[in-house]
Design a protein around this ligand. Structure first.
Ligand code: G4P
Length: 525
């Protein structure tokens, strides 16, 4: 096999959704189809039901032990498919955003009863930022709900992407008959015993009446005619460029519409793509190896501070025990990995090599932080792992004498991406920023149990952290002097302004027109 052949058989994607839409159920059905698991119930939901610290720690501990749930690889139709897991809890949304930097496409699951929910919109925004190709699966058609036309409208309006149905439901709820797949022109019927597949290449054919009766046949013809007039036909190029999302309808729980979705995914989803770095585009078929860390999972065992860095291979070939250059450390130290792991189905396996698109687990002793790059020597820094402005800010105050442990702990936990750490320019006070309340509890718990350091958090009334830049040094200096008490640095020493409210941010935007206020840490410098 040539290197290009190894690349072309890989597809790396994530299933994303608002909690409860059916992500875990769909994941499990995919793994069952592929034979990667044998029974239902094998995929554990990473949902945190009660939003309590003990609930979270228990789930993390279990995940830490099995770890496999962060990435599930399986073979299907001669393709090596890497399915990346994303956290279900909204407080950990940033983890999901980072995972999205390591995939080449996504399947977005929407609950047909609830429609587009808050988290769905946020996730889609990240996909749009990166022009990630998206397939939408509208789930739970076995439940009563609104019309598919209304749903498609809602998808277009709220997700801000053009849609094109590739399958169409025949009724829904207790009346749900099945779907007509426009892509492969088959009628899939849902029966209590299972399902039937009937080829219907011409919708005028009387076969329709035979199988679904006159009423539903008429309705289906009218529906298809209507949406053919409204929606552009499916264009693979527009899908691949992230402008158009094909839509499938089904019911994950009833295993209905799932195989068609997986088959179409394998057919149309992109393989490993080019990845942007600060200096150049890296292509998967380049021979020199490169890749980056997008997630770090602590083992949560207080006795060893082992962690697993999840690493996406972007070019060349990764080899076990070969020395690689760690770009950020930028020293002559080279790292090699004795026990790199791949995750087949739900099992962890030692690997000898890995190819672009693959996600591998590297055991790490505090060498990595999120975004770190390994290469064969080139100084590359991959784009697309921005920090977003946190929504909750608190000052970290130590309450034990163990200041050094606290310092070390908070740096390591924020390197894992659990929260963002800032330091005020004056006074060196530390600010921890998160998107959810739960993270503060997790930090407190882990600092205590893993580092033996106790702390408390003092709320700060900030609305957003904005990374600031300006081409006008005089105005910049003036602003920095005026707002000195609201300025800090992130961990990479970028200057950040903490705005107290939307109003004050707008006020400063007007007053200092040459200063740019960025909501993410990655922008055109
Ligand atoms: P998530 O990972 O996106 O959070 O969702 P998950 O798959 O855990 O599904 C959430 C709930 O929705 C589960 O029910 C699941 O059984 C149900 N569900 C998933 N797909 C369908 C579907 O096609 N039709 C219907 N009617 N329900 C579906 P639960 O009661 O919360 O959990 P469980 O006790 O069934 O595990």
């Amino acid at each position: 096999m040539s290197h290009a052949d190894d690349v072309n058989v890989r597809k790396t994607f994530a299933i994303i959704s608002h909690p409860d839409a059916g992500k875990t159920t769909l994941t499990e059905k995919f793994l069952l189809f592929a034979g990667a698991i044998q029974s239902a119930g094998a995929v554990k939901s990473n949902k945190i039901q009660k939003s309590t610290i003990s609930d979270f720690m228990e789930i993390e501990r279990q995940r830490g032990i099995s770890v496999a749930s962060a990435v599930m690889s399986f073979e299907y139709k001669d393709m090596n498919i890497n399915l990346l897991d994303t956290p279900g809890h909204k407080d950990f949304a940033e983890d999901t955003y980072r995972t999205l930097t390591a995939v080449d496409s996504v399947i977005l699951v929407v609950d047909s009863v609830k429609g587009v929910e808050e988290q769905t919109e946020k996730l889609m925004k990240v996909c749009r930022m990166r022009s990630t190709p998206v397939i939408i699966f509208v789930n739970k058609l076995d439940r009563e709900g609104g019309s598919p036309f209304e749903l498609l409208d809602e998808l277009e309006n709220k997700l801000k992407i053009k849609v094109r149905p590739l399958s169409w439901p025949i009724s829904r709820g207790s009346d749900f008959k099945g779907v007509y797949n426009l892509h492969n022109q088959n009628l899939y019927l849902m029966h209590s015993q299972g399902k039937d597949v009937i080829a219907v290449t011409d919708l005028k054919s009387k076969t329709l009446e035979e199988h679904i009766g006159a009423k539903y046949a008429k309705q289906l013809r009218e529906d298809v005619e209507l949406f053919d007039g409204v929606y552009d036909s499916f264009d693979k190029f527009h899908y691949l460029s992230g402008e158009l999302a094909p839509v499938f309808f089904g019911s994950a729980l009833n295993n209905f519409g799932v195989k068609e979705l997986l088959d179409t995914f394998v057919e149309i989803a992109p393989g490993p793509g080019a990845m942007m770095t600060e200096s150049r585009k890296v292509l998967p078929d380049e021979t020199a190896f490169s890749g980056f860390v997008f997630k770090i999972h602590a083992n949560l065992d207080a006795r060893h501070r082992d962690r697993i860095a999840f690493f996406r291979v972007c070019s060349g070939k990764f080899e076990r025990n070969k020395f690689y250059h760690h770009v950020r450390l930028n020293t002559d130290t080279q790292l090699r990995f004795n026990t790199p792991a791949a995750f087949l189905g739900q099992k962890k396996e030692l690997i000898e090599e890995a190819y672009p698109g693959d996600v591998i687990g590297l055991y790490d002793k505090e060498n990595f932080k999120i975004g770190d790059t390994l290469t064969e020597g080139e100084e590359l820094k991959f784009h697309g792992i921005p920090s977003f402005s946190p929504e909750i800010f608190k000052e970290l105050i130590h309450t034990s004498m163990k200041a050094k442990q606290l310092e070390k702990g908070i740096h390591q936990l924020t390197d894992e991406g659990l929260a963002q750490l800032f330091t005020f320019t004056y006074g060196r006070r530390k600010i921890v920023g998160t998107v959810g309340q739960l993270q503060f509890e997790v930090i407190q718990y882990r600092l205590k149990h893993e580092y033996g350091a106790e702390c408390r958090f003092e709320p700060l009334k900030f609305y957003k952290a904005c990374w600031i830049t300006s081409k006008n040094p005089v105005m910049f200096e003036d602003f920095c002097r005026f707002k000195a008490d609201s300025l800090g640095y992130d961990k990479d020493k970028n200057l950040v302004f903490f705005a107290e409210s939307e109003w004050s941010l707008n006020y400063f935007r007007e007053k200092y027109p040459d200063i740019e206020f960025h909501f993410t840490s990655e922008f055109q410098k």
